[in-house]
Design a protein around this ligand. Sequence first.
Ligand code: UDP
Length: 322
Amino acid sequence: MRVLITGGAGFIGSHLTEAYLERGDEVYIIDNLSTGSMENIEFLQNDDRFRDRLFVHIDTILNHDTMLELIGICDTVFHLAAAVGVKYILDYPLESIKTNIQGTEKVLELCAKFRKKVLIASSSEVYGKHTHAPLVETDNIVYGPSSKFRWSYAASKLMDEFTALAYYRTGGLKVTIARLFNTIGIRQTGTYGMVVPRFIVQALKDDPLTVYGDGSQTRTFTGVKDVVRVFMALVENDESFGQVFNIGGIEEISMLDLAKKIIALTGSKSESVLIPYEEAYQADFEDMMRRVPSVEKVARLIGFKPHVNLDEILSEIVTFMR
Ligand code: UDP
C-alpha cells in the first residue's frame, strides 16, 4: 500500500511512518518542518530496509500542485499536518488558523476528487472547557470568547470536522475523524508547550518543574504507539467512515501529581514550582481544567485497549531522553 502522511516528520507522524515502513508499505511524507524535524525521520531514511520506500517532500500542504501529485499516487492519506501545541497557537495565531482550515480543506478536496481514503487528526481541544468526565463524541461543546485565542484552535479543528463530515455526506468520501487526547512518547518535544517532555527535561537537569496554575488541572495520556495502532485499524474498517472517534488514555492525573511522578521516576533533586497562567502563556489565557475521554466507541469498533500504562510510557521516554 502507498500511504501519504501529512506532517510525517512530526512526533506522531514519524511513528506512523515507522509503523507502515515496518509493515512493508511505501510512505510519502509532506512536512514543512514548522514543528516537525528531519531528526524525527532521519533514522528511517538511513535504514537500508526502507531507503527505496520512503519519500520525503519538504513543502506546505497549501501547495496545490504537490498535493495533487501526492494524493493522486497514494491509496490512503493520514492528515496530521497542523499547527500543534498551545504555545505555538498563541505565538502564531494567523498561520495556525490558515494551516488548519485551508490545509484540511485542500486535503479533503483532493481525496474526494481521487476517491482516496483519509483519516483526519482532530483534537480533544474540540470539546472546549468542559469539566465533566468522560467526554463522549456526541457531547455539546463550550468555548470561551474569541478574545481568548486558545479557542481558535478548537474552532478550527471543529471546522475541519464539519468539512470532513460534509464531504462524507455529500460525496461519500471515506473519511475517519480521530479526536486525539494528550499523546506522549519518544521524539515529542516540549518546545511548543507539551507538558511531559518539558517536565522530563526539567527533572533530568534537576531544574524546577514548572506546574502552571495551581496544578489541579488533569489530563490522561496515551502512548503514541497505541495511537498509531488505532489509526491503522480505523482506516481498514469501513464502519469508521463518516465517524468521529476519541482516542486517549484512561488514567486521569493532575499536573501536580504528574510532576511528582516524574521527579520520583527520574530520581531527580527537582521540586515543583507553581507558575501563574498569565506568566506561562498570555494574560487572557484559559486552560482546560479536566480532559478525560470515553474510548468506548473506538473500543467497540476495533477493540481498542491501551497496551501500556502511564508509568511504562514515562519510563521509556526518560530512558530515551537520558
Ligand atoms: N503544563 C504545565 N507545565 C508546563 C506545560 C504545561 O503545568 O510546563 C500544563 C498545561 O497548563 C495544561 C497541561 O499541562 O494544563 C497539559 O498541557 P499541554 O500543553 O501538554 O497540553 P494541552 O492539554 O493543554 O493541550
